[in-house]
Write a protein of this length. Sequence first.
Length: 431
Amino acid sequence: MNIYKDLVEKKTALSVIGLGYVGLPIALEFAKKIKVIGFDIKENRIEMMKNHLAPSEELDKEAFKDADIVFTADGKDLKQASFHIIAVPTPINKHFMPDLSPLLAATRSVARILKKGDYVVYESTVYPGCTEDDCIPILEELSGLTYNEDFKVGFSPERINQGDREHTLVTVKKIVSGSCAASLEEIAKVYELVVKAGVYKASCIKVAEAAKIIENTQRDVNIALMNELSMIFNKMNINTYEVLEAAGTKWNFLKFFPGLVGGHCIGVDPYYLTFKAKEFRHHPQIIESGRSINDSMGFYVAKRVVKQILATGKAIKAAHVLIMGTTFKENVSDVRNSKVADIVSELQQYKVEVDVVDPYASSVELKEEYGFELTQQIRNDYDAVIVAVNHHEYCQLAEDYFQSICKDNAVFFDVKGAFRGRVVEMTYMSL
C-alpha cells in the first residue's frame, strides 16, 4: 500500500486524534489537501468545531473554510482512515510523574480500528522509548496485527507555539521518524504536504522523542539560571533586567529572562526526561535543580510582595492585592499549570485578600483548576498590584492608572520587567 498516494488521491483519509491547540491546526491544514477525520472524546468540543469554532479561540472561522474534514466523537469513524496522528496531552500528575493515561487511551482507540497497511504517528511529547515500549504493544495486542509487518509507526513531535502566529505548523521545520526506512519516507512525504519549511528525518523514533524533550528542557534550565540570578541580584539591590541588557551586548550571550515557567510544555516535559533517566540509574541534577527553582518562583514573588507591604508599615492581614493575568503566557486563554496560582495560594496563606483579573482566562476553568475565580470589579484601594502576565491590554497601561486603583505607598511588582522605567512613583519591584 502506498499510503501517500492513496491519501493524495483521496482513496483513504488521515485522522487526527485529539483536537486541542496542537491537533486542530494539524487537522485543518491537512484538510486543505486530503480527506481528514478529526476525533476528540469531548462532544461539546466537536459541536463547536462543526460550527467552525475553535475551542482554544486561537483559530478564526476562516481556518475552517474549504476544509475536507469530518469532526466526530465516535471512535468507529476512525476506521475510514489509514494514517492516524495522535496529538493528545501528556501531562504530569500531582507527584510530578508522567501521566500517560490520555496517550494510552488514544492508542487503544486507534488499536481497536487498526487494519493492515495503516500508519500511526505520535505527536505527543514523551520520554525516549515511550512509543516503542508503551504504545506499540497496545496497538499489537488490541488489533491482533504485527508491528512493522501489518502496520507502521512513526513519531513527529509537535512544535506549535501557542499564541504564536509566526512560528506555526507550516513555517517550522518538522522532525519526522519511522519504524523502518520505508515508513520514514512515506511519513516524510505526508508531512511535506503541509509543512512548507520542510522536514528533518531523524534516524529512529527514540532520537525524535529525545530531540523534542530536550528542546523544552534546554529552555527550562536556562530560564532557571535567570531566575536564580534574579534572586542573587535582588539581594545585591541590582536590577536583573539592566544586567541582562548590558550582558546582551556581547554577540554570543544567550538572551533568556527570568519569569514564571508554567504551561503544558516547558513546565512539564523535563519531568518526563528525569523520570526516564532514573530508570537508567542516572540522577539528572541540573535538570531537577532547574525545575525546583522554576516551580518555586510563584511563591518567591508572593513572599517578596508580602515583605514589601510589611515594610511600608501596613498590617498584612488587612492587605488587599490585585493580580493581573492568570494564564501561563501572554495573550492566550490557557491556564494549565499556571504558576500565577502559586502566587495566589501563597498570598492567601498570609491572609491577604486577593483579587485576580484576566481578559483571556475563563473564571469557570480557574475555579475548577485552582479554586479561585476572576474578580468582576476592580477596586481602588489595593496595597499592591502584581502584573503577572504581560497581556497586550496590560502593557498599554500607564502608571497613573495603577495609582488610581491603589492606596498611597502601594507596591507594584512587574514580574517580567515590562514596566521598567515607566513606573517610578510607586514602589517598583521585578524579578
